[in-house]
Design a protein around this ligand. Structure first.
Ligand SMILES: *[C@@H]1O[C@H](CO)[C@@H](O)[C@H](O)[C@H]1NC(C)=O
Ligand SMILES: *[C@@H]1O[C@H](CO)[C@@H](O)[C@H](O)[C@H]1NC(C)=O
Ligand SMILES: *[C@@H]1O[C@H](CO)[C@@H](O)[C@H](O)[C@H]1NC(C)=O
Length: 185
């Protein structure tokens, strides 16, 4: 496989046997059929690095069958371990925008704002939601946050529509540049 784009932005082409993809992310991959004529599984499973956190550990597969292949049992690739961070990191850190490629936008080189952003998970009040995880005596659920601010879906208009049409009241621009407290010892 040759990865050539991520989320509709061209990358320096990367030749790879594995692709790491996040929910909602699009990856543009060119596939080269240069193996022996046969059938092969392409397979995907979760990358889960948080120790002890439950996740769906099933594997999903598709089958690539070369046109002139006689029916054969597809060969199953060896997938990286669920928690193979070095492999995931090697892939992600290898991605670089295609400088001067089509639609390339130069990255601003002048830093005018310094941000320190933490990503966290905490228990938050359910506040009227009928979410099943809110059942029970505590009326709390897990909520993700950045710098202790969590995201709530707007109900009237998407954030992108509000941004392009200059509509007030959908989002604010006061995101904190620092988390509200210092973590660690
Ligand atoms: C998936 O998780 C189940 C339940 O925790 C476990 O029994 C099983 O061995 C796991 N399978 C793999 C492939 O890790
Ligand atoms: C990706 O990794 C390969 C092998 O380590 C290296 O040759 C290549 O330059 C890297 N590409 C980018 C865009 O970092
Ligand atoms: C983090 O956010 C919660 C929910 O808005 C709030 O109750 C809490 O005071 C905040 N923590 C800090 C340290 O600001």
């Amino acid at each position: 496989m040759t990865v050539v784009a991520i989320d509709a932005s061209y990358t320096i082409p990367i030749v790879t046997d594995i692709v790491v993809i996040a929910p909602d992310q699009t990856t543009g991959v060119l596939f080269t059929a240069d193996q022996l004529s046969a059938s092969y599984y392409m397979a995907a499973h979760a990358y889960a690095s948080a120790a002890g956190a439950p996740f769906d550990n099933t594997t999903t597969t598709g089958i690539i069958i070369y046109e002139d292949a006689t029916p054969l049992t597809p060969q199953m690739p060896v997938l990286p371990a669920f928690n193979d961070t070095p492999t995931a990191h090697k892939f992600s850190s290898n991605l670089t925008g295609l400088v001067n490629g089509l639609h390339w936008t130069p990255v601003p080189l002048e830093i005018d704002e310094q941000m320190f952003v933490t990503v966290g998970l905490s228990l938050v009040a359910c506040e009227g939601t009928t979410n099943a995880t809110c059942a029970g005596p505590f009326q709390q659920r897990l909520g993700a946050n950045m710098n202790n601010a969590s995201f709530q879906f707007p109900t009237k208009l998407s954030m992108l529509q509000a941004f392009f049409n200059n509509v007030d009241g959908i989002y604010t621009t006061d995101f904190q540049n620092q988390p509200p407290l210092v973590f660690g010892g």
